[in-house]
Write a protein that binds this ligand. Structure first.
Ligand code: ASP
Ligand code: MG
Length: 404
């Protein structure tokens, strides 16, 4: 007997027929003798619609009321699934965040879970009851409804699995696992049997949208084994787990890319102490994320400073820099047509030459590299967007990831 948290995303509960299909999957798990708790998302498209309603009421709206509105999507699916399970003869009930409770902080719209009181759900599970929990929501100080940020049901599921000391958290979604790279671009992409938390965290934050980044952080912290799998097939999925559960560690497990990048270069900046602080301080104050940063050594008393921001923030970033630059500079250059491509793998901690394979593969395809950055388990390059597909395919082959 195992204790399992099953989570179903928006497309998996997209209409009544699909919710009935989910009920059958849950029943199958119960019939196997397992203790089960379920977390559901809103039906696909519903949360977007609810967000749009709030914006239509007022562009600048009260974040607490936004949460009151958008949390309703999950409440609908939790009730519907409970009905579906009861129809199959299973004892089930729905749980809203405040009923458990799932206690969060008061950062409305992107609240963090602080505590989950799992006792009642555990008691029920031990008697064969299935708890159907509304994902994405919690209760904030002052007894207000909170939500956990878009995609937050993943985090609900992992946090609940930790609180219930579950053996596994199964995340059912519309892809059947985690791939070596985007299979829509590289036909030879392979599904991974296992991936480490660290690698998954890198790929989630580098643009792969399989799991909410926060849910991976949470899984890593609490050692929750997470399985990503499809609710539309019976194929085995990908297990996200601790490194020591993986016997054969690949040097590179995957290649991620993000098109959400823009490059800014300040040309001829006076080279003196405090220039980085003068440029990046105001950007941080304006809540603009800066990712890659390159500053060259100066030759004539000036230097070029290049950095990247999310594409949508480029105009704002430019304004902030121009309004706040106290240090003289010659001009500013920008480029929206760039993409960041990253190779990821825990194996590179103990191997030299991983970056060189990347540089060589790109050189052979005559792809110019604008910026390079590295961390312990990743090498990222910024290249022109038109080369995205070519680069992904070349790198996939160069690291021996192509399916046989
Ligand atoms: N329904 C929410 C969203 O669309 C939460 C989730 O699905 O994970 O972002
Ligand atoms: Mg999702």
């Amino acid at each position: 007997m195992a204790r399992i948290v099953m989570k179903f995303g928006g497309t998996s509960v997209g209409d009544i027929a699909r919710i009935k299909n989910v009920a059958l999957r849950v029943k199958a798990e119960v019939d196997r003798g397992n203790q089960v708790a379920v977390v559901v998302s809103a039906m696909s498209g519903v949360t977007n619609q609810l967000v749009a309603y709030c914006t239509e009421m007022a562009t600048l709206h009260d974040a607490r009321e936004y949460d009151a509105v958008v949390a309703t999507g999950e409440q609908v699916t939790s009730g519907l699934l409970a009905i579906g399970l009861q129809e199959l003869g299973i004892q089930a009930r729905s749980w809203a965040g405040w009923q458990i409770p799932i206690i969060s902080d008061d950062a409305h719209g992107k609240a963090r879970i602080e505590d989950i009181k799992g006792d009642e759900i555990i008691k029920g599970m031990e008697q064969g009851h299935v708890a159907v929990v509304a994902g994405f929501q919690g209760v904030a100080p002052g007894n207000r409804v909170s939500t956990l940020g878009r995609g937050g049901s993943d985090t609900t599921a992992v946090a609940l699995a930790a609180a219930l000391k579950a053996d596994r958290c199964d995340i059912y979604t519309d892809v059947d696992g985690v791939y070596t790279t985007d299979p829509r671009i590289v036909k030879a992409a392979k599904k991974l049997d296992k991936i480490t938390y660290e690698e998954m965290l890198e790929s989630a934050s580098l643009g792969a949208k399989v799991l909410q980044t926060r849910s991976v952080e949470m899984a890593m912290k609490h050692h929750v084994r997470v399985q990503v799998l499809s609710s539309f097939s019976d194929a085995p999925g990908t297990l996200v787990c601790d490194e020591d559960e993986i016997v054969e560690k690949a040097l590179v497990s995957g290649i991620a890319y993000s098109r959400d990048e823009a490059k800014v270069t300040l040309i001829g900046v006076q080279d003196q102490p405090g220039i980085a602080a003068a440029i990046f301080g105001p950007l941080a104050d304006a809540n603009i994320n800066v990712d890659m940063i390159v500053q060259n050594t100066s030759h004539d008393g000036t230097t070029d400073m290049t950095f990247t921001t999310p594409r949508a923030d480029l105009e704002r970033a430019l304004k902030v820099v121009k309004d706040n630059m106290k240090v003289p500079y010659k001009s500013i250059d920008t480029d929206k047509g760039v993409v960041k491509v990253s190779v990821i793998g825990v194996g590179m901690r103990s191997h030299a030459g991983v970056a060189q394979t990347m540089f060589k593969a790109l050189a052979e395809k005559k792809i110019n590299i604008h910026i390079i950055s590295t961390s312990e388990i990743k090498v990222s390059v910024l290249i022109s967007e038109e080369y995205t597909e070519l680069a992904l395919r070349a790198l996939h082959t160069a690291y021996g990831l192509d399916a046989a």
